[in-house]
Design a binder for this molecule. Structure first.
Ligand code: NAP
Length: 511
């Protein structure tokens, strides 16, 4: 009894100390104004919108609800800044980017607390995202130094040809709430290293991490106008988005978000033929073959599926289990799922934070109702969870089996902690099932058969494949989707930075 009490007290103290740390430390980076041309500014219309903590529904602060005029002004400042920024040597730009990256790493605890506050993800995951986000800035600082062109033979004796790669200009960027830091650094790091300047519209739910990154960029002495953040509410996203995708001064639109929004922005960007990078939605297959190491596959699924409460674009969405291994896999999965802790991201030991908002919870309930109606069996979870005041949107990690191709979980991106399991018989069947999809971002499979590993990796119509591995993203590897999952690549050797460079051919006459 005494042992039990002392462990309860220890847990409470741990959780209180983590709350105390988080609530005091993030304030030094909390900014309630937008960042344009190196200045903290209000919206021209004087309006603001609220930012809430998704774990308890409490108001964190308000930030400017900017509109078209603010976006146009930010682009004009970024255009002026571009003329000077492009003139710096790549090494000068790299030095500033390295300083920015170091400050981000130094302030990891504060940034992580701010991220958990506005996004809800467990503090440990937020810390991981800060490090992951910083890695892109370091990577691109180094990529920028190594941009090269070609020297070519001329078609006649008096000619020589060479190529130059030059920065495109002002880049408009629109980012989602699920990775409030990394989706910004993966884009802005590349563009800035290439010599471009940027205007970013972060998601309504998570503007605070974006603004904190601006403070650290200013501390690192990035020149005014190189990095600008225009905040706005969901009701003004279309207005600001239209400016970023149609203003002739913007030469590149980089977007991460849903496929539907991506298509709209692509159409708008076509009016001035801008370069585009589109990182859109996924519906990742996760295949477990009979020969797989089941414990490894279960661990891989837990890691990839429940990160950020299942709200990532590369989350396994359709879990395909070969018939002989299916029951064993599901039994082990349900054991692990039963141990997972749902709670406030600041509470020690929390593995699943809240869903981002009420709409996300409603979507999950709709997908679950559809699964049940089509004969799916709920093997674990299946309910929302009340945490604290009850104002947050928490959901149990849930496992449903016995689903078919007609289910909504097969067709739609789930974006929540719901494992939807399907059975299959042969390799050919599962490749066909996995590719029965209009998007193609990530795919995963577990198999001990080397020949099968080669074949299936080649046959999946996706941009990234994890073979006996469920973490596919790093600054080193190109990140991008096929088909309706997007256009272009972020990160990787050459690919990410090339997105922001124009290719120029110079033909020199020697005569
Ligand atoms: P979303 O609704 O498309 O929103 C993403 C961003 O676009 C937000 O900043 C949003 O602003 C803005 N936006 C929405 N409508 C707009 C419009 N008409 N004009 C201009 N901007 C507009 O996506 P989400 O639901 O937040 O994010 C989840 C989706 O992103 C999933 O499909 C996920 O797979 C995808 N995603 C993809 C990747 C990748 O790398 N491929 C990474 C992460 C997420 P508001 O916040 O104000 O609505």
């Amino acid at each position: 009894m005494r042992l039990l009490l002392s462990s309860q007290i220890a847990r409470t103290l741990l959780s209180l100390s983590s709350r105390a740390m988080s609530s005091s430390s993030y304030k030094s980076l909390l900014r309630e104004k937008a960042f344009v041309n190196g200045q903290w500014v209000n919206a021209a219309n004087g309006e603001s919108f609220p930012v809430y903590n998704p774990a308890n529904g409490e108001l964190v602060c308000k930030v400017p609800d900017m509109g078209a005029a603010d976006a146009t002004a930010a682009i004009a400042h970024a255009q002026v800044a571009f003329e000077a920024w492009r003139g710096k040597t790549p090494s000068q730009r790299a030095a500033l980017l390295h300083s920015w990256e170091r400050l981000i790493q130094d302030r990891c605890e504060d940034l992580a607390a701010l991220m958990t506050l506005e996004n809800g993800k467990p503090l440990a995951e937020s810390r991981g995202e800060v490090a992951y986000g910083a890695s892109f800035i370091r990577w691109f600082a180094e990529e920028g130094i190594r941009v090269t062109g070609q020297t070519l033979q001329g078609p006649t004796p008096d000619k020589r040809i060479f190529t130059l790669k030059q920065p495109q200009g002002v880049c408009g960027m629109i980012t989602p709430w699920n990775f409030p830091a990394a989706m910004i650094t993966r884009k802005a790091g590349a563009a800035l290293a290439a010599g471009c300047t940027v205007v970013i519209k972060p998601a309504e739910d998570t503007p605070l991490t974006a603004l904190a990154l601006c403070q650290l960029a200013a501390d690192a002495l990035l020149p005014p106008g190189a990095l600008n953040v225009v905040t706005c509410s969901r009701s003004r996203a279309a207005e600001v988005g239209r400016v970023l995708t149609t203003d002739p001064a913007v030469k590149h639109v980089s977007f991460t978000g849903s496929t539907d929004t991506g298509k709209l922005l692509l159409a708008q960007a076509s009016s001035t033929v801008k370069r585009v990078t589109m990182e859109l939605g996924g519906n990742a297959p996760f295949i477990v073959f009979d020969s797989a190491d089941v414990d490894k596959a279960v661990a891989g699924l837990i890691q990839a599926k429940f990160r950020n409460t299942g709200q990532t674009c590369v989350c396994p969405n359709r879990i395909f289990l070969q018939r002989r291994v299916s029951q064993k896999f599901l039994a082990k999965l349900c054991e692990r799922v039963a141990e997972m802790k749902v709670g406030d991201g600041f509470e020690a030991g929390t593995q699943l934070g809240p869903l981002i908002n009420a709409a996300a919870e409603s979507k999950l309930e709709r997908l679950l109702a559809d699964a049940k109606q089509r004969g799916g069996r709920v093997l674990a979870g299946g309910q929302s969870v009340k945490v604290g005041s009850g104002a947050g949107h928490f959901f149990q990690p849930t496992v449903v089996s016995g689903l078919g191709r007609d289910s909504a979980c097969f067709r739609e991106e789930i974006f929540g902690p719901l494992v939807a399991a399907f059975e299959f018989d042969s390799e050919a069947d599962v490749v066909e099932l996995a590719n029965d999809c209009r998007v193609g971002l990530a795919g995963y499979f577990y198999s001990a058969d080397v020949g099968q590993c080669w074949r299936v990796a080649e046959q999946l119509n996706v941009g990234m494949v994890g073979v006996n591995e469920s973490m596919v993203s790093s600054c080193i590897a190109p990140f991008g989707g096929w088909n309706e999952s997007g256009l272009g690549s972020e990160s990787g050797v050459g690919y990410g930075i090339e997105e922001y460079l124009n290719l120029k051919t110079v033909v020199l006459n020697l005569a």
